[in-house]
Write a protein that binds this ligand. Structure first.
Ligand SMILES: *Cc1c(COP(=O)(O)O)cnc(C)c1O
Length: 828
């Protein structure tokens, strides 16, 4: 294949004159409100205005969508398909306006109509079709692919209910179904004509051909229809627009009229209810596989719909020539969730398009690539063979055949001993028979990538070590990135303006030029503005905290934040235990010159994850105790902000001074929250885990606080067996904190509530909270010392922002385009 050449930025419509544009927008808004929403401007509600505004913006996007699509079609450009079970999109109004470059004009047009753009932005529901980092990564990559004019489509599921809304009642997490579609979704286009049939169950029939060879026909027992909904994704300055196609399930014959006419109304509607179940809710698990049949149905449903759609488009565009698929199509599997796409493509190529097996396999491997997101063996997906045979009988046969050829090749290579064969087989035989989806993804892809340098190295030496020996060129690294359009420009316009003023508008177009801001790290005038911007954002977060929790925060205090999914490996427990230690020290010496500090937590726990929910309760109990203690004079505050999502992240991140990235080393594949926070000038306190390692290399050792065991030390220390009693005996501070938690100091009404938590730590401490405790406390003390030196702190903060250019998702997408997909991107 020829090496990709850079394509120049497509011509785009220049931004029109201000006044003219405002008038045009105002007219368009009134017309939309009237004719599309059906409301009179006099009586329209804020939500009506939101719909009118979104539809007006969508028209602008559509104007650029068709030329983008036509150009790809005419140039026969290779297309990238990003398959992901999750897209954690958040709100789209501010994003779309910003990328179109009409934020100010729209604000003015609305103001002339007596409407506030900021209020409209605030009432847009979050599209939370994802759990956390993995889903947000998919959303950032969709935005970057559009900005770089990569011809890309996202494929996923249009869940009726995304991630649950978190409530906190008496410190306990509650889950409320989230209903983002309740008042309509103005961004999407329903495509009732784009329907794909998805089969489940049934039998496989072998049909002998004239040449004596068998072909196979699958006769599914059950069929569900996948209906498409398209959301255009607009890139920077509207140069290019891609499509996010989400599938919704429905019965082919939703109303069984014969049953209805017999008077059996329940049966008449049952098939619709059963089909619709597939896309009803997002699995709220994170880092742990769900393992239920419905989850497998979801995975196959959207993978098959995507594959059929991809092949249909390819055949239409390339003269019905299926053999050229890999030249024109690259499919990225975001984790193993869409791994069933590999046998599905084999089924379509061999059974439907009648290609010989080996040729089909070469096409599949050249087409697919796979992103691994976790090394935890318990988090790698496995599907019971019995379930696969029942639900996807033809796919199970295909997997057996893939496995037989895979093992044959290994045997022939002589590089794998007979004992090792069981380990590299796609079928796990020891725990009931299971299909290993990670292994399937690996052998079915030409490239397999990790998401940070450390994670990729660990992939090679741990989970995939046997595979790495056999396929030494297959594993590559693609360190994650985040889109600066959302996470800097939209979330932090004050900081963006400051950098545009001192460095120039090029920082808006090219993240690498952020580096030039470093020249101002010692500039007193820049410091003053930098501090003023932070102060303003901290005051806004303080106002939000007051509104939501009735807790007063001092914007002058250090805002120390840990915002992410609640998971034991992320170690919110370590943070709250250190908070208790600090509380004890402050109470013991209330008149020392303490640094005013606010500990901010936010994050959801999976509904069934007992320990994570207990830790949320502990954080809230500590918060109640600390915040009410008069001896502290408000010098320490602890808050748990409920319902962490993309919009809340956008509010917290620009107000953060200290970023907590304290996972057990070797367990966080990359992290992206760490990038968003450092980009906005927060200093990181963290372990040498995931992308923290590379953040340290970019921002410099003096501008980050690293502590704790390394990944190698974690492995060694687990192998040795932890001596938790010894560790605790060696740390009087830790001893005291554990005694307080265990004896019910923070839970006087239920003194035994946290006993199991502490006993668990003493018993195994799998996440090495106790081991890293003292080092973490010492680093926190260093942080407090540094905070007293305002100038030094600001210098470090500016250097953090300046050196984060590498962590732009534009850089990540360029690397995927060049090394994995072999597709062109626009020049910088
Ligand atoms: C960025 C982001 C995440 C990922 O955060 P990590 O700290 O990397 O785990 C999760 N949820 C939301 C809403 C995010 O914006």
């Amino acid at each position: 294949m020829a090496a990709p050449t850079d394509i120049s930025p497509a011509a785009y419509i220049p931004l029109p004159q201000q006044d003219e544009e405002i008038t045009t927008l105002r007219r368009a808004l009134v017309a939309k409100l009237t004719y599309a929403v059906g409301k009179d401007p006099i009586t329209a509600s804020e939500h009506d205005w939101f719909m009118a505004t979104a539809l007006t913006v969508r028209d602008r996007i559509v104007d650029r969508w068709f030329p983008s699509t036509r150009a790809i079609y005419q140039e026969k450009r290779k297309r990238v398909y990003y398959l992901s079970l999750e897209f954690l999109i958040g709100r789209l109004l501010a994003d779309s306006l910003n990328n179109l470059g009409i934020t100010n004009q729209m604000r003015d047009a609305l103001r002339e109509l007596g409407v506030s753009l900021e209020r409209l932005e605030a009432i847009e529901p979050d599209a939370a079709l994802g759990n956390g980092g993995l889903g947000r990564l998919a959303a950032c990559y969709m935005e970057s692919m559009a900005s770089l004019a990569v011809a890309a489509h996202g494929y996923g599921i249009r869940y009726d209910h995304g991630l649950f809304r978190q409530t906190i009642n008496d410190g306990w997490q509650g889950e409320v179904p989230e209903n983002w579609l309740a008042s309509g979704n103005p961004w999407e286009f329903e495509r009732p004509e784009v329907l794909v049939s998805i089969g489940f169950g049934g039998t496989v029939e072998a049909v002998e051909q004239a040449d004596g060879q068998d072909t196979y026909a699958w006769h599914p027992a059950e069929t569900v229809e996948a209906q498409a909904y398209d959301t255009p994704v607009v890139g920077w300055r509207g140069r290019h627009v891609n499509t996010l196609r989400l599938w919704s399930a429905r019965a082919p014959d939703p109303l069984k009229l014969d049953a209805f006419n017999r008077g059996d109304h329940v049966a008449a509607l049952a098939s619709q209810a059963q089909a619709a179940m597939i896309t009803q809710v997002l699995y709220p698990s994170d880092e742990t596989p769900a393992g239920e049949e419905l989850r497998l149905r979801q995975e196959y449903f959207f993978s098959s719909a995507a594959l059929q759609d991809i092949i249909r488009r390819h055949m239409r565009q390339h003269d019905g020539e299926i053999r050229s698929l890999a030249e024109h199509v690259a499919i990225q599997l975001n984790d193993t969730h869409p791994a069933i796409a590999i046998p599905e493509l084999m089924r379509l190529l061999v059974d439907v398009h009648q290609l010989p097996w080996d040729e089909a396999w070469d096409i599949a491997v050249a087409t697919f690539s796979y992103t691994n997101h976790t090394l935890l063996p318990e988090a790698l997906e496995h599907w019971p063979v019995a379930l696969m045979e029942r639900l996807l009988p033809r796919h199970m046969q295909i997997i057996y055949l893939i496995n037989a050829k895979h093992l044959e090749r290994l045997k022939a290579s002589g590089r794998v001993s007979d004992e090792q064969m069981g380990e590299v087989s796609l079928i796990e035989e020891s725990h009931g028979r299971q299909v290993r989806m990670g292994w399937l993804s690996f052998v079915g892809s030409h490239k397999v990538n990790g998401v940070s340098a450390l994670h990729t190295d660990l992939m090679k030496t741990t989970v995939f070590s046997a595979f790495h020996k056999i396929y030494p060129d297959r594993i590559v690294n693609k360190t994650n990135g985040v889109t600066f359009r959302r996470w800097l420009m939209e979330a932090n316009p004050g900081l963006t303006d400051l950098m545009v003023d001192v460095v120039g508008p090029k920082i808006l177009h090219d993240a690498e030029t952020l580096g030039e801001f470093a020249a101002f790290a010692d500039d007193a005038g820049v410091h003053e503005r930098f501090w003023a911007v932070r102060k303003e954002r901290k005051a806004a977060l303080a106002a939000l905290t007051w509104e939501k929790l009735h807790i007063r925060l001092d914007p002058e205090a250090m805002f120390d934040v840990q915002i992410k999914r609640q998971h034991e490996y992320k170690r919110q427990l370590l943070n709250i235990l250190q908070t208790i230690a600090l509380y004890d020290q402050m109470r013991a010496q209330p008149h020392r010159n303490w640094t005013p500090q606010v500990k901010i937590f936010a994050g959801k726990a999976a509904a069934s994850y007992h320990n994570a929910k207990l830790i949320i309760k502990l954080i809230n109990d500590v918060a109640r105790t600390v915040n009410a203690d008069p001896t502290l004079h408000g010098l320490l505050k602890v808050v748990f902000l409920p319902n962490y999502n993309v919009s809340l992240a956008e509010q917290i991140i620009p107000a953060s001074d200290l970023s907590e990235q304290i996972s057990t080393a070797g367990m966080e594949a990359s992290g992206t929250g760490n990038m968003k926070l450092a980009l906005n000038g927060a200093l990181t306190i963290g372990t040498l885990d995931g992308a923290n390692v590379e953040i340290k290399e970019h921002v410099g050792d003096d501008n980050i606080f690293i502590f704790g065991l390394t990944a190698a030390e974690v492995q060694a220390s687990r192998a040795e067996g932890l001596k938790t009693a010894e560790i605790v005996a060696g740390s009087p501070m830790l001893q005291q904190v554990l005694d307080q938690v265990r004896s019910g100091v923070f839970s006087p009404d239920q003194p035994d509530l946290y006993k199991p938590l502490v006993d668990g730590l003493m018993d195994h401490d799998h996440f090495l909270v106790l081991t890293d405790f003292d080092a973490y406390c010492a680093r926190q003390a260093d942080v407090r010392d540094r905070w007293r030196d305002k100038t030094g702190w600001m210098r470090s903060a500016i250097l953090n922002t300046s050196h984060m250019g590498f962590f732009s998702s534009d850089r990540a997408i360029r690397e995927y385009a060049e090394d994995i997909w072999n597709v062109p991107v626009t020049k910088r």
